[in-house]
Write a protein that binds this ligand. Structure first.
Ligand SMILES: O=C(O)c1ccccc1NCC(=O)[C@H](O)[C@H](O)COP(=O)(O)O
Length: 255
């Protein structure tokens, strides 16, 4: 399985998820129709918000005891374009039910946010009603293009996540239609809000015509100023989830 040698908490999570899926079936079944709903939601004019249902994290510990369905509805009321739902259980307080419940109550497309290390995780994402799955270049490396093909076969859009120039090269070569740039270094967990604008500008300078998402560390509308006209979307988790009033927090962020 990919990514087992990664250092720090990322390596630990990847090893745990690999163990979880060690005996899972790799068959995908027949091809499913790609609706492209997640992609379309991000392609709307302006900076689209992907609001994350995130109950805990390695960097924050416990964030909030969110009810996933209620959180999703609150985000939708506030004006989020799409949702991201953690399904990783040990470090993020996620589970499959969270994604299934969110899909059942909202009209917004949802991303399965997990550490994909096995094709069965993509089959699950499609079965649970996700519109997209996260593919991390830091985990999948050169296998990113393969997993992208698997996701498409299952009718899923994919958010291909990078953190540095080398990972961006791999993402661009993979044929990704949506690339997310994470401001959080997943080894040290430190955040630099300069990272996403820098790599998004680099992708555009290299002629990339797909969608670009800035991820992690955003807390206020002021933090988003430099993203308008540069990124297509922004993914925000902790600051919204821990706000106590999710609808208001989304409105204030997008103001
Ligand atoms: O959030 C973490 O601490 C974390 C640690 C290790 C691997 C991944 C991690 N987060 C995943 C994410 O990328 C974020 O959930 C997402 O971008 C939202 O970030 P934020 O708004 O800072 O919660």
């Amino acid at each position: 399985m990919p990514g087992l040698e990664r250092p720090g908490v990322l390596g630990q999570i990847v090893r745990e998820r690999s163990q979880d899926y060690q005996t899972a079936q790799a068959e995908l079944g027949p091809a499913r129709t790609q609706t492209g709903r997640f992609r379309s939601a991000l392609a709307r004019p302006g900076l689209s918000l992907i609001a994350e249902v995130k109950r805990a994290s390695p960097s924050q510990g416990a964030i909030a005891a969110l009810d996933p369905a209620q959180a999703a509805l609150s985000y939708e009321r506030g004006g989020a374009a799409a949702l991201s739902v953690l399904t990783e259980p040990r470090h993020f307080g996620g589970n499959p039910e969270a994604l299934r419940e969110v899909v059942a109550v909202t009209g917004l497309p949802a991303l399965r946010k997990d550490f994909v290390v096995h094709p069965a995780m993509l089959v699950e994402a499609a079965d649970w009603g996700a519109g997209a799955a996260l593919l991390m270049v830091s985990v999948l490396g050169e296998q990113t293009a393969t997993y992208l093909r698997l996701a498409r076969h299952l009718g899923l859009d994919a958010l291909v996540e990078v953190h540095d120039e080398h990972e961006l090269e791999i993402a661009l070569a993979s044929g990704a239609e949506i690339i997310g740039v994470n401001n959080r270094d997943l080894t040290t967990l430190s955040i630099s809000l300069a990272n996403a604008p820098r790599l998004i500008a680099s992708a555009r300078a290299q002629g990339y015509a797909g969608l670009l998402v800035a991820e992690s560390g955003y807390r206020s509308a002021a933090d988003l100023v430099g993203l308008h006209g540069l990124a297509d979307a922004v993914l925000v988790g902790s600051s919204l989830a821990g706000s106590g009033d999710l609808t208001r927090a989304v409105r204030e962020l997008l103001a």
